[in-house]
Design a protein around this ligand. Structure first.
Ligand code: 4AD
Ligand code: MG
Length: 480
């Protein structure tokens, strides 16, 4: 057995000293030919491995370089140096993997996030990304725990689909047909997908919602947690072409029930991270504080990261309708002084991220749930309100992020749903299976989608979505 080692996190918390132990990990620094800072990813804190002078041949010492992988065995002792309570006095050191110091791109100094994005295969070995991805893991775990405790069934919805759930029309095609112009064609010159692998045109899914609704009509409460894909050409710090989404769908829920669950859910997940990831969050809070210092005073956030997260856990979200939000925006000094790029003139427009951020960051200064949007700017499946103009939609907007959740009560009335599909030119034949839920035992139901990376952004205080997913996919980039 090779893996006879103790993880560094456990050793650093050890109450006992003068015990034999073995660690394995990657060298962060090697000082004075004596002190190795070793990290194995279990925590951001390194263990100090002390190499007694003259105890090891020069040949070995030379190979202890930043990035090298080593195994060290010896005795865990109380540390006399400052910065750590215990350290490992090494009797044996084995180099498991060399790392050429001249070529290893990560030097023991501060690198820019942009540079680290280019070496995303190595950035896990930095403090920032160590913390970010441990927090990401904890959030995913907490999400499963939350729904499991409530009796939700975790449903795996398909990744390849023939339907376009959001009607957004920005999808990645899935095909095995040749791309060299020899694909079979119909008489009108269009591609004949009958000849394709699935016998029809297929795409990567933009959302698991429609399939989720089918299962909610049997299990009552389900959730999905999987990758979704959007080919929108949005080169922003908030958009990815491949992102993970959590989509709960609940029978017997109306819009208010939906908002209540979404709010409870977000607060619970953040609380979980505050309790279980304190050390990483404190590190990230400090990182953010330093980053904020580079900004002009008026652009700095009023709260630190931990403070902000605690604020969200302890305060109700603000709930306003789209109509009320438009009034607030139209009457704002910001609008009057023409500071919005898109000025708010009337009811009906889709809110831009500058408007969302104004509401959340300047006006309410807390997360906001906006509801009852004009039907024209929302998807076909949302329940039509009696006013004939709005639908029972809700978006949750978070400070520094903008939209983090999108959801709605669903249209359960077959005639209303078909009428809306017709107006939006969505062929009913293609969604016959979906419509069946409205034919056989339909009921009020609702659900929402939380963009996982936007949640991770919010919790870690990172500013670019490309830094909270291991290997980001965005326009012109699919490295690694
Ligand atoms: O608002 P969206 O498009 O809603 C849906 O897909 C619904 N079917 C959800 C549902 O009701 N079950 O997307 C939901 C969330 C957004 O609020 C946002 O957080 C995230 O997904 N999102 C993205 N995250 C990263 N990159 C993108 N390109 C995203 N597009 C949406
Ligand atoms: Mg949305």
């Amino acid at each position: 057995m090779f893996n006879k080692r103790t993880k560094i996190k456990e050793l650093l918390q050890s109450a006992k000293t003068d015990i034999p132990c073995t660690v394995m990990g990657w060298v962060r620094t090697f000082r004075n030919n004596q002190f190795i800072a070793l990290n194995d990813g279990s925590t951001n804190n390194n263990i100090q491995v002390v190499v007694a002078l003259g105890a090891f041949p020069d040949e070995t010492l030379k190979r202890i370089t930043t990035g090298a992988c080593i195994k060290a065995s010896g005795t865990l002792i109380a540390s006399v140096g400052k910065g750590q309570t215990v350290e490992l006095k090494a009797d044996e050191i084995e180099i498991l993997g060399d790392s050429d110091a001249e070529k290893f791109p990560l030097q023991p100094k501060k690198h820019s996030l942009e540079f680290l994005r280019e070496i995303a295969h190595l950035r896990f070995r930095t403090n920032t990304f160590g913390a970010v991805f441990r927090v990401r893991h904890a959030l995913a775990f907490a999400i499963h725990e939350f729904f499991n405790r409530k009796g939700f069934v975790y449903l795996h919805t398909p990744i390849i689909t023939a339907s376009d759930a959001e009607g957004a029309g920005e999808m990645f095609k899935v095909t095995t047909l040749p791309l060299d112009g020899t694909a079979p064609k119909n008489e009108d010159g269009s591609i004949n997908f009958k000849e394709d692998f699935f016998g029809r045109s297929t795409n990567l899914t933009v959302s698991g919602q429609l399939e989720g609704e089918l299962a909610a009509m049997a299990f009552s409460d389900i959730y999905t947690f999987g990758p979704t894909f959007r080919a929108e050409n949005s080169n922003t710090a908030r958009h990815l072409a491949e992102f993970w989404m959590i989509e709960p769908e609940m029978a017997f829920y109306d819009l208010e029930d939906n908002m209540n669950l979404a709010e409870e859910f977000i607060r619970h997940i953040i609380k979980y991270a505050l309790t279980h990831n304190r050390e990483d969050l404190e590190f990230l809070a400090q990182r953010l504080e330093e980053e904020e210092k580079q900004k002009p005073q008026q652009d700095r956030s009023e709260m630190g990261l931990i403070e902000k997260l605690e604020f969200v856990v302890n305060n109700d979200f603000e709930r306003v309708t789209y109509t009320e939000a438009i009034e607030i925006l139209r009457e704002s000094n910001h609008n009057k002084k023409k500071k919005f790029q898109y000025l708010i003139e009337g009811w009906g427009i889709d809110l831009q991220s500058e408007h969302e951020r104004y509401l959340v960051e300047k006006h309410f200064k807390k997360p906001v749930i906006l509801s009852n949007y004009p039907k024209e700017i929302k998807a076909f499946y949302m329940r039509q309100n009696d006013d004939g103009k709005t639908v029972a939609a809700m978006d949750i907007l978070a400070p520094g992020i903008g939209e983090i959740v999108g959801g709605s009560q669903r249209e359960e009335r077959l005639d209303k749903l078909m009428e809306r599909m017709n107006e939006m030119h969505i062929p009913a034949e293609e969604l016959d299976w979906y419509l069946d839920t409205r034919r056989f035992g339909a009921c009020k139901h609702a659900g929402f989608g939380l963009g996982f990376e936007r949640l991770v952004l919010f919790v870690t205080g990172m500013t670019n979505i490309r830094d909270v997913i291991p290997f980001p996919r965005f326009p012109k980039s699919a490295s690694f």
